[in-house]
Design a protein around this ligand. Structure first.
Ligand code: NAD
Length: 304
């Protein structure tokens, strides 16, 4: 059985990626310190290694013990914008130094390929839409900067050490298991949670800001393709979004229920992915419409 490592595999995306990799016949090893993830997200048959990616020696030891590793999916991060502003050193330690430790361990273990979870936050504010990979990144928070540096590190490891890498710049992920409680929780899961608790959906600002949201299972598919696609492996960066933008008001209307408007927050007004590159390099396109994704969530969370 081919082995793969998923760092941060006990988190939201990991809870979908790990079982899918098992279905594909991989032996899956999750590396997670459970700071945000939970043991319940790691399915039977996958091995959880409670390791902090800041612990370079523990990571290197694990990779050595595992022997031949077909791929590493690097998901582990402290992925909160405000947290990265309030705790800049800690966030840097995990998102940059931890990332470097993963790349070093992967290089030394001659891992087949590293698939890195990058972020569309690297774009920051841009003058035009849709956002495409040729634009000059403009990271507007330490978190966004860290995710961007991660991409550059991947590219450098491919260039200097021959480690095959690829970076997937996700837009806003949604789907089952997303955490509704964070201050920057994705609007869809927050609205679903509010509806489930009989509360009105809180919309920041006028609700006319738009977001490109992509279903977590489509993102899982992109990860699987990125592991095996012959056309990538040299640090290529590509957007993983839906290529469609919805206003927060439209999302709330799709879910249905009472809305209240609260103070706006500082955030880009619009986001929309150009997904041409992922189509060309991976043959990937999203398959789950927002209507389908919301209907599934309403059913799962018993919302009429
Ligand atoms: N969810 C999104 O909308 C989104 C958008 C763009 C990019 N991303 C990126 O995708 C990845 C996965 O996101 P997610 O939504 O599943 O986040 P998540 O917080 O649910 O999962 C991250 C996991 O990393 C683990 N982790 C954190 N610090 C660690 C450390 N020091 N050592 C070991 N494990 C550690 C956490 O316990 C958690 O299980 C992240 O890298 C994030 O930056 C997510």
């Amino acid at each position: 059985m081919k082995k793969v490592v998923v760092t941060g595999g006990a988190g939201f995306l990991g809870s979908h990626l790990v079982p899918r990799l098992q279905q594909e016949g991989y032996e899956v090893h999750v590396v997670d310190n459970l700071v945000a993830g939970t043991r319940d997200h790691v399915p039977v048959g996958a091995t959880l290694h409670e390791i902090d990616i800041r612990d370079k020696h523990a990571l290197a030891d694990l990779f050595r013990q595992l022997g031949e590793i077909a791929g590493v999916f690097h998901l582990a991060a402290l992925p909160r914008v405000q947290f990265s502003i309030d705790h800049v050193e800690e966030a840097n330690d995990v998102n940059i130094n931890g990332m470097l430790n993963v790349l070093l361990a992967a290089r030394d273990a001659r891992v087949g390929r590293v698939v890195y979870s990058a972020s569309s936050s690297a774009y920051g504010d841009q003058e035009t839409l849709p956002l495409h990979e040729g634009m000059l990144p403009n990271p507007l928070s330490p978190y966004a900067l860290h995710k961007y540096v991660g991409e550059q590190y991947c590219k450098n490891f491919s260039l200097h050490y021959g480690l095959p890498t690829v970076s997937l710049r996700y837009f806003n992920l949604y789907g089952p298991n997303a955490d509704p409680n964070g201050p920057y929780a994705q609007a869809i899961i927050k609205f679903i949670d509010q509806r489930q608790h009989g509360k009105p959906m809180t919309i920041t600002g006028d609700g006319e800001q738009t977001r490109d949201v992509v279903h977590v299972r489509d993102v899982v598919r992109a990860n699987l393709l990125a592991l095996t696609a012959p056309s990538v492996g040299k640090g290529e960066v590509m957007n993983i979004g839906s290529g469609k933008a919805y206003s927060v008001n439209a999302v709330a209307d799709m879910i249905g229920g009472e809305k209240v408007y609260i103070a706006p927050r500082v955030e880009p007004r619009h986001s929309l992915a150009d997904i041409t590159r992922a189509k060309q390099l991976l043959g990937w396109e999203p398959t789950i419409t927002l209507e389908e994704g919301i209907a599934e969530l309403k059913q799962l969370y018993h919302i009429a």
